[in-house]
Design a protein around this ligand. Structure first.
Ligand code: FES
Length: 344
């Protein structure tokens, strides 16, 4: 049975009688929304980890507009709420220190405001796990919109991968096998667009793990940030979250031992980042699900390695992965090793 409008969480703010509810409604009117635009409709918080220093989420202000378009189209009320951005390359001493702060911020944003559902906009390494952890603790319906990988790097006819090629060519520079001029040119070809690192690093691994757990739309994890499929995915996520609110499809109904095992299986078959281990254990424990190193070990022994991406594999990058079928094709190939199920 779908929820009734008076069962919405936001109804407590906007639908009740009395002075306080009138005050809440008057402030929505102050924001320029008419009664008919917000009353009895799911209010969707778009938690946006954008900042001027967030290199991997440079497209997120624009992308939030795409999510809003989807939410409006499905009869919801989108409200964009900024949250700390955690730019992996700039933030010192380590973004790991701030992952749990963002998890707490996400949870408290959701708890303290008149929201019925969440769209989680993250991608750069710690942001995805943090947003998911916060949403689990809050227990509202939520959908993850991953930032998507940036385009492949290019320099003098060679493909460049985030991270690993900086190490490689810096070593070449120190060895005297490339010039300062070549080093500078390489720097310009490395990070060519908005989006997360385009190797099989933490961002792509965790996006894929989130998709394997059912926390994104199918295929969302590998769409390049600047491909036109990305804004279409963002708008579709906006439409979907409104339906999820009416269905009361919380993360608690999506996550169980099988979905966490699917995330581990996807990580192993992807040859993904070892950073998935602390993040998936943290996500599992937020959800009250058992997960430890022995479980990673056991799953790794039964799951084949399917992907062939840098830094573990050959020269392929996330853009190649997308053209080869992307996360959807990958998970379909992995299906015999996954628990296929419906939400509880
Ligand atoms: Fe953001 Fe690598 S620096 S994903």
């Amino acid at each position: 049975m779908p929820k009734r409008p008076e069962e919405l969480r936001s109804h407590r703010w906007f639908g009740a009688e009395g002075m306080r509810a009138a005050n809440h409604r008057s402030r929505m009117l102050q924001l320029g929304l008419g009664h008919e635009e917000f009353q009895g409709r799911p209010v969707i918080g778009i938690v946006n980890t954008w900042s001027d220093l967030m290199h991997c989420h440079a497209h997120f202000r624009e992308r939030a507009q795409d999510v809003k378009r989807g939410v409006w189209a499905a009869g919801g009320v989108p409200v964009e709420i900024p949250a700390m951005a955690l730019p992996e390359v700039f933030q010192k001493p380590s973004t790991m220190l701030y992952r749990n702060f963002l998890a707490m911020e996400t949870e408290e944003i959701a708890r303290s405001l008149p929201l019925d559902g969440l769209v989680l906009m993250g991608g750069c390494d710690k942001t995805g796990p943090a947003l998911i952890m916060g949403a689990i603790s809050m227990g509202l319906p939520a959908i993850y919109v991953p930032a998507g990988p940036m385009l492949s790097g290019h320099w003098r006819g060679r493909k460049l991968g985030s991270g690993s090629d900086v190490w490689k060519y810096h070593a070449e520079l120190r060895a005297g096998t490339i010039t300062q001029q070549a080093w500078k040119e390489m720097e310009s070809g490395l990070s060519r667009s908005a989006g997360t690192c385009m190797t099989a690093g933490t961002a792509s691994t965790m996006a894929l793990a989130a998709e394997a757990m059912g926390l994104t739309l199918p295929g969302a994890a590998s769409i390049p940030a600047v491909d036109s499929a990305h804004p279409r995915m963002a708008a579709a996520a906006g439409r979907r979250i409104v339906a999820m609110v009416w269905e009361d499809l919380t993360l608690g109904r999506l996550l169980d031992q099988r979905s966490l095992d699917n995330a581990v299986a996807a990580t192993m078959a992807f040859g993904g980042s070892t950073n998935a281990i602390p993040h998936l254990i943290a996500i599992a424990r937020r959800a009250g699900i058992a997960m430890d190193l022995d479980r990673f070990d056991a799953i790794s022994r039964r799951v084949p390695l399917i992907a062939n991406l840098r830094p573990n594999g050959s020269t392929h990058l996330m853009e190649d992965f997308f053209y080869a079928g992307g996360s959807r094709g990958f998970l379909a190939t992995l299906a015999p090793h996954l628990a296929l199920m419906r939400a509880r």
